[in-house]
Structures are given as C-alpha cells and as structure tokens.
Design a protein around this ligand. Structure first.
Ligand code: FA5
Length: 340
C-alpha cells in the first residue's frame, strides 16, 4: 500500500507539471475527489490493522498535501503566464489616436526656446542654475552696482511687494550674484527665468517676459571671449547667414557694455512697426562684469575678470519664428500655440 501511495504521488506530480488550468482541476478530482485514488485509500483504512491504519493514514494524508500544494503552485504559475500573455496582447499604445483621442500637447514656444538655448550653452561648457522670482533690493540692484536712489533704478519700473523690502526681479542678473556667492571662480553658468517690469505693452515689450542670464568669470577673460561666445551662440541658434551688430551701451553692472541687435526679419532691415523703423531688433545686453560686482561677492577683482549677458527669450523666439507681436505668446490662443 505504501508503494502504491508513492506511485500515486509520482504519477500525479508528473501529470500536474504539464497540465493546463482545466486539466489540473480534473487531476484534482482524479486523486483527491470523492472517488479519487487517495480518497479511496483513506476510506479503506478500516480494513487495516490499527498499526497499518496509522501508518497508511499518515502517508496518505501527507501525499494528499503534497498533491494539493503541487496543484496550487501549478495553478499559480498558469495564472501568472496567462496574465502576462494577456498584458502583452492588450498593451496600450498611448500614442495611438485609437486609445488616446485627444490632441497631443507640446511645450509652449517660450519653453522650447529656453530648452534650445540651454542646450547650446551646455555644449559650450556652461552649467544651468536657477534664480528667484522674488528678490531683495540688494540682489536686484545694490550688488549689481545700482545703489539706492541711483537714476538707473528708474530705467526698470519695478513691482515692489507691499510692506516688504522685496520685489519681483526685473532681470535675471541677480542670478549672477547667487551663483558667485555659492561658488569660487572659474564660473561658467546660465540662469534662465521669468522677470517682471511695470511697463506698457507693445509689439516687442511685455510686463512679464523671460531672460537667460549668462556669466563667465576666470583669469584673463576679455571682451573678445564674450564676443566669440555670443556670436557662436547666435549662429548656432539662427544659422550662419544672420547679420549681428554689437552696439555700445550702458549697464551699471558691466563696463564696457554693449547691446546685440540682429537685422529685422520682418522688413529685412528696411524699417517696420516691429523694429520701430530702425531695421534692427535688440536681443540682449552684455558686457565685462564691473569690478564693484566682483567685490560685492568677495571675488578678487584684481585677479579675476568676467563677462555677463542677458538674453530676451521672447524677442529671440519672435525672431526665430517670424512672430511680429510679443503679446501672442500670452493670449493662450490654441490656433497660435498649436503651430509649435
Ligand atoms: C537687462 O535686463 C540686463 N540685465 C541684461 C544684461 C545682463 C546686461 C548682463 C549686461 C550683463 P535689458 O533691460 O536691456 O537688460 O533687457 C535685456 C533683454 O531683455 C533685451 O535685450 C530684450 O531682448 C529683453 N527685454 C527687455 N525688456 C523687455 C520687455 N519689456 N519685453 C520683452 N523683452 C524685453
């Protein structure tokens, strides 16, 4: 009888190993069901002596658990395989219109330009840092060599936060100060961000817009490095056929300073509403970092020099895509946004 039980277990396990879900249920009935092989043995125990009954009964019961466990583990394996097959078959393609009937989103053109500009400057060895939209007057003005009551503060009409010393930054230049406070030269960084100015809108001016600040500080940096890096950037961004002009200018935080203009694409330099009949559109301000700015962050202004620039992201995007009014970026008109 003992041999018989072992044979039954072997036979059952062999069958279970290759059984599908339906067969496995039949095997269960065959061995453990009401008239199953093991049930028959257990039912017949009364025919045996007390000693054999105990021995055979215990063997038959453990054989029963072995077969039950085997069946459960086979079922589990089969269920998992079926589920995997099903998932594989029913894998959803979310890019397909069939499963996703809504139109796909895209980045706002301003965000796209910021990403494009960042990746060009990264390829030129610059890292990317973040500044703060709410700034103190020290970071936005004083540290940038714009002392209290200086007329230069009137140039940028500022949104002050009521009852505080704080303001909405008028440019990304305070980002330069944060970077220099947190690291020693050499520095090569760009700081993209949104800026605010309390000024009237027209085709090229808006009260909220984006800038990308650039800063490089090291020994022996000159205006030639600045010109080279900006020309390289502009050519990489717009292509090599573009006309650029470096025009002398004034910023409190750079000396000498310049503004970079590109020939107006809307009128090919003849003069129009967008370029205010000048034939040129101003893209950015730049210059050699003023020694007072280096001193404000405890850099040795005898040892180090640097250049800085601030690009207008909306202007660059207008120029790249031939958009003749900055306000279009902020009207949330889907017919406009869908083109990007
Ligand atoms: C500045 O903001 C300086 N911080 C730039 C700078 C940085 C100079 C580092 C030197 C060194 P400006 O006010 O000119 O400069 O603004 C820089 C650029 O932002 C402009 O060339 C223009 O492209 C863009 N810009 C300025 N005002 C507006 C506006 N209201 N709307 C949209 N773009 C603007």
């Amino acid at each position: 009888m003992n041999n018989n039980i072992e044979e039954i277990v072997k036979e059952a396990i062999l069958q279970i190993k290759t059984a599908d879900l339906k067969t496995v249920e039949n095997i269960k009935i065959k061995y453990l069901g009401k008239n199953g092989a093991l049930t028959q043995i257990l039912k017949s125990l009364s025919n045996f002596s007390a000693k054999d009954r105990k021995n055979i009964g215990s063997k038959a019961n453990s054989a029963k658990s072995v077969i039950e466990n085997e069946i459960e583990s086979r079922k589990e394996t089969l269920r998992k395989t079926l589920l995997e097959e099903k998932m594989q078959k029913e894998k959803l393609d979310y890019s397909s219109d069939f499963y996703f009937p809504f139109s796909k989103g895209s980045f706002h053109p301003i965000m796209q330009t910021i990403q494009d500009i960042c990746s060009i400057f990264k390829s030129l060895g610059f890292s990317v840092a973040q500044g703060y939209e709410i700034e103190t007057q020290w970071y936005n003005f004083e540290a940038l060599n714009i002392p209290k009551n200086h007329p230069a503060r009137d140039v940028q009409d500022t949104f002050y936060l009521e009852g505080t010393e704080e303001l909405l930054r008028t440019h990304t230049s305070p980002g330069q100060i944060h970077v220099m406070e947190s690291q020693k030269p050499p520095v090569r960084v760009i700081v993209p961000g949104r800026v605010y100015r309390n000024e009237a809108s027209d085709a090229t001016h808006f009260s909220t817009f984006h800038q990308i600040e650039g800063l490089a500080v090291d020994e022996d940096i000159t205006f030639v490095d600045l010109k080279a890096v900006l020309s390289d950037f502009i050519h990489k961004f717009f292509g090599y056929g573009i006309d650029i002009s470096f025009r002398p200018s004034h910023f409190q935080f750079t000396e000498p300073s310049a503004e970079v203009d590109v020939q107006c694409v809307f009128c090919n330099g003849k003069g129009c509403r967008v370029c205010k009949n000048s034939g040129w559109i101003e893209l950015l301000g730049c210059g050699i970092v003023h020694p007072n700015v280096l001193k404000a962050v405890n850099y040795d202004s005898e040892k180090y020099t640097g250049y800085a620039f601030g690009l207008g992201v909306e202007r660059i995007t207008m120029f790249k895509y031939g958009i003749d009014d900055i306000r279009l970026f902020y009207e949330n008109d889907l017919r406009f946004l869908k083109q990007f």
